[in-house]
Design a protein around this ligand. Structure first.
Ligand code: PLP
Length: 449
């Protein structure tokens, strides 16, 4: 017999019986059932409310349950549900026009996929075909997706379990100031940037720039810690790529569509990549969709050459309709502006946490893309947890947050703060009050200096 109080447990138990879950040992998972969602909140099957501080997987950018998007999806279903990959549809024409308006520079053509991983896979193929070179320079500790090619690009520990991957991928370090060994206390951003770029140039010389098809980066590393490059770094990479005839590919799967307070993270640096990928916020996850944005010069290359790639669900009309409606909502409600404005509030709230809690080693944010990096010792910067095995301290922290009705991603020692971009100041303050309390737990495990 299922009592009303145990519906959550019942759904979890029945689902676990027949589902296989991602990125976890199957017995280790203790999921929340999600029954309904609205705005920045969702409710479990027992009616418990959670603040969605991770926008699910940093993807529900416009918030849950937006009526205009739901109605657009319904209307598309009434009009036309599916058309094969090379058919054209009204919604495909419209979305292309809208996307070209918001993407930077000459990124004017879009190859539609069903998610971010596939967009990245196709970017690898295009870069290799266009340049006639095979190597790809990627970075530690990025994440680019879970298929073999995208996984090989990824610079975090998840790659190791999937090796050997594709040949020709070389990793360089991210300008992760808090932990990069090239950074010396007191160095200006200019000095640090120069050191990082010189290191990239050195790697390229050893690899042979003429063998390198692309430098493939998350513009701002997301899941692995919101690593915002110092000003000048991205511009430097762009110059280096142009000099050697290497393509610059920016993965904006997480950072794109307003997350950082601009349409795309590259816009903060006025850099135009040769290829750029996006997903997540592209439909705010109302339906699955990814896209590879292609610059005019690469499109021109393919005018008389076959692109050897395709997907049954490429440009699925339902997903495109969701995306078109999301872009309209973003403009009508000035979602990017809100991300920028609330980003300033969040940045201050994060700084307050750092000033108050000894377990906070660093905080980083840009727009509503933020995190708290937790340490056991501020001097040695010893992480509060490793990535591969969650420490008991982090388990306690995460149980407390769950109990208090806060849903957020904590990976290793990184506590993410990535709310839907519609969040209000009041809502932000409400959830940060809970985080403030939660950090008393981690403080009790940090050495006082
Ligand atoms: C930066 C980045 N690239 C690629 C991906 C993979 O996207 P998807 O899971 O939609 O395939 C992700 C997913 O988290 C991501 O954060």
């Amino acid at each position: 017999m299922v009592t009303p109080n145990s519906q959550n447990e019942d759904v979890v138990k029945r689902t676990k019986k027949h589902s296989f879950f991602s990125w976890t040992a199957q017995d280790a998972i203790n999921p929340i059932s999600i029954a309904r969602a609205k705005g920045v909140y969702f409710w479990d099957a027992d009616g418990k409310r959670y603040f969605d501080l991770s926008s699910q997987s940093m993807c529900v950018n416009i918030g849950h349950g937006n009526r205009r998007v739901i109605d657009a999806i319904k209307a598309q279903a009434d009009e036309l549900v599916f058309a094969s990959m090379n058919a054209v549809t009204k919604v495909r024409a419209q979305l292309g026009e809208e996307l070209a308006r918001v993407t930077p520079g000459d990124l004017n053509k879009f190859f539609f996929t069903t998610g971010g991983t596939e967009a990245n896979e196709n970017a690898i193929k295009m870069a290799r075909a266009y340049t006639g070179r095979h190597k790809i320079i990627a970075r530690y500790p990025s994440y680019h997706g879970s298929t073999l090619g995208a996984m090989t690009l990824s610079g975090d520990y998840r790659r190791l379990a999937n090796e050997p991957g594709i040949p020709g991928v070389v990793h360089i370090f991210d300008p992760y100031k808090y932990r990069n060994l090239l950074y010396r206390e007191g160095d200006s951003d200019e000095v640090f940037t120069r050191c990082c770029l010189e290191q990239v140039d050195e790697v390229l010389k050893y690899e042979g720039p003429h063998t390198v098809a692309a430098i493939f980066i998350e513009t701002i590393v997301g899941t692995n810690g919101i690593l915002i490059p110092p000003d000048g770094y991205l511009q430097g990479l762009r110059e280096m790529c142009t000099k050697y005839g290497i393509l610059l590919i920016c993965d904006e799967v997480m950072t794109g569509l307003g997350r950082t307070g601009k349409w795309f993270a590259v816009d903060h640096f006025n850099v135009v990549p040769d290829l750029m990928t996006m997903a997540k916020g592209l439909t705010s996850a109302y339906l699955p969709l990814g896209a590879l944005a292609i610059s005019d010069k690469i499109y021109d290359f393919y005018r008389d050459k076959v692109f050897y790639g395709g997907l049954t669900y490429s440009a699925h009309p339902m997903c495109l309709a969701a995306s078109l409606a999301v872009l309209r909502v973003m403009e009508e409600d000035d979602i990017v502006g809100n991300s920028k404005r609330m980003g300033k509030v969040m940045s201050k709230l994060l700084a307050d946490l750092k000033a108050k809690h000894i377990s906070v080693g660093d905080t980083r944010s840009i727009g509503l893309f933020g995190c708290v990096e937790l340490v056991k010792n501020r001097k040695t910067k010893e992480p509060m947890s490793s990535y591969t095995k969650c420490s008991p301290e982090i388990v306690k922290l995460s149980s407390f947050l769950k109990e208090q009705g806060v849903y957020n991603i904590i990976r290793g020692n990184i506590l993410h703060t990535n709310p839907p971009l519609i969040v209000s100041e009041e809502e932000l303050r409400e959830v940060f009050e809970i985080i403030d309390k939660a950090l008393e737990i981690t403080d009790s495990f940090t050495e006082k200096s």
